[in-house]
Design a binder for this molecule. Structure first.
Ligand code: S3P
Length: 434
């Protein structure tokens, strides 16, 4: 177990680059592996989650050379993967497991997908149901959780599916299976979620429609992917931590370079601006299919807001650190429509409420969100429930704490943000990990 001790205060200044986008890193390796030809990926997230995806595809026959954030993948084509010699371990990664399950449902060999303790508790019924409707042979344990056992199906049929929840993982899982299905599949989401799968499929030369006015995308099975070069921008979900650090730290002025600012991911910017934050997008440009910019954040006093529900799926991974911003904002912040937070790497409503209450913050959990009355953050020892984003959120809280915060079990930070503690200290915080 690693523990972080975060001393109060610090001045947040400088220019930094956070690691590559996790969602895009998973997808880049998956698509490059089933493409024809050699793809070059730069900006890859060399974190545990995406490295597990990389190992899974290497064990199924893709030739993958990784040198830190540079990855070269020799794809084997749509039907070139072979059976791995052992179970595929996806670690902590819901994205890795759910997306790969869609793809593996269409293969001519059986696979078993396993995960760590946290992933083994996460719901897989949400993908088992649509994949089974397509004809896949896939099962979880008796509670519908991992491990997932997938056997070859005779054929996969196209599906017309309305997602019961706003989930890019479920959408992407179905789209990956649909690449192999007979006919035209349609997937409709109840609210806009990240669209990296759709954008990256196009980059690999696979046609997919734009969403129509109902939010339906459609794709026809039986095509192929062609190798390409992908430059992955910095992850806005990781950038959110230094962004909030700067928002709550008087005198702060930081710039985060080359951050992905896809509109399906920028809910955190909208929410912080609604709270009064001073955030500028500099040098906006296009990096392949994805928009990027440098993000400058200067301190400005924050006030509480009712977070619009439409922004929730666009900031779903950034809500834990948003709760830290709300804890020092003037007035009350209410989050509703965020029940999906309960099935992330931990139950993030319960994990954040417990830690905030330990630190003396008036935070009241609700079934689908939280009500936080801004005020002072005290010191104390908080649990992370083995969840990387809970760990990072409470480290950031120390900037405005009145006494040190001890954050237990911070080792999972490696899944998404290698170098987090070093970056915090380089920008002016006082963190010690042992
Ligand atoms: C992701 C989708 C989101 C997000 C996760 C990454 C993706 O999950 O929380 O960290 O890459 O598609 P859900 O689809 O479960 O909302």
């Amino acid at each position: 177990m690693s523990v972080a001790i975060a001393k109060p205060g610090g001045s947040i200044r400088g220019t930094f680059t956070v690691p590559g986008d996790k969602s895009m890193s998973h997808r880049s390796v998956m698509f490059a592996s089933i493409a024809e030809g050699t793809s070059h990926i730069t900006g890859f997230l060399a974190g545990e989650d995406s490295l597990n995806t990389l190992s899974a595809f290497a064990s199924m026959g893709a030739t993958i050379k990784q040198d830190n954030t540079d990855v070269v993948v020799e794809g084997v084509g749509m039907y070139g993967l072979h059976a791995p010699t052992s179970d595929l371990y996806m670690g902590n990664a819901g994205t890795g497991m759910r997306l790969i399950a869609g793809l593996l449902s269409a293969q001519s060999f059986a696979t078993k997908l396993t995960g760590d303790e946290s992933l083994s508790r996460r719901p897989m019924g949400r993908i088992i149901k649509p994949l089974s409707l397509m004809g896949a042979d896939i099962a979880g344990d008796s509670a519908g959780c991992p491990p997932l056992s997938i056997s070859p199906a005779a054929t996969l049929n196209a599906i017309d599916y309305e997602l019961p929840m706003a989930s890019a993982q479920v959408k992407s899982c179905i789209l990956l299976a649909a690449l192999y299905a007979k006919g035209v599949s349609r997937v409709t989401e109840p609210a806009v979620t990240r669209d990296h799968t759709e954008r990256m499929l196009k980059t690999f030369g696979y046609p997919i429609s734009l969403p129509d006015s109902n939010g339906t995308v459609q794709v026809t099975g039986g095509g192929k992917l062609s190798a390409c070069d992908i430059d992955i921008p910095a992850d806005i979900s990781s950038a959110a931590f230094p962004m909030v650090a700067a928002c709550i730290s008087p005198g702060a002025d930081i710039t985060l370079t080359n951050v992905g600012v896809n509109p399906t991911r920028t809910g955190i910017i909208d929410i912080l601006r609604l709270m009064g934050a001073d955030i500028e997008l500099l040098n906006p440009r296009q990096s392949g299919a994805e928009p990027v910019a440098d993000i400058r954040v200067r301190y400005a006093p924050l006030h509480g807001v009712d977070i619009p529900e439409a922004l929730v799926p666009l900031a779903i991974d950034e809500l834990p650190v948003t709760f830290i911003a709300a804890s020092v904002a003037e007035g009350v912040t209410r989050v509703t429509g965020a029940e999906e937070l309960r099935v992330k790497e931990s139950d993030r409503i319960a994990s954040m409420a417990a830690g905030l209450q330990t630190l003396g913050v008036d935070a009241q959990p609700t079934p689908d969100g939280m009500v936080i009355k801004g005020g002072a953050i005290g010191g104390g020892t908080v649990d992370t429930f083995f969840d990387h984003r809970i760990a990072m959120a409470f480290c950031i809280a120390s900037l405005r704490a009145t006494a040190p915060i001890m954050v237990n079990d911070v080792q999972h930070v490696e899944t998404s943000f290698p170098g987090f503690f070093e970056l915090c200290n380089a920008q002016g915080m006082n963190l010690r990990v042992s």
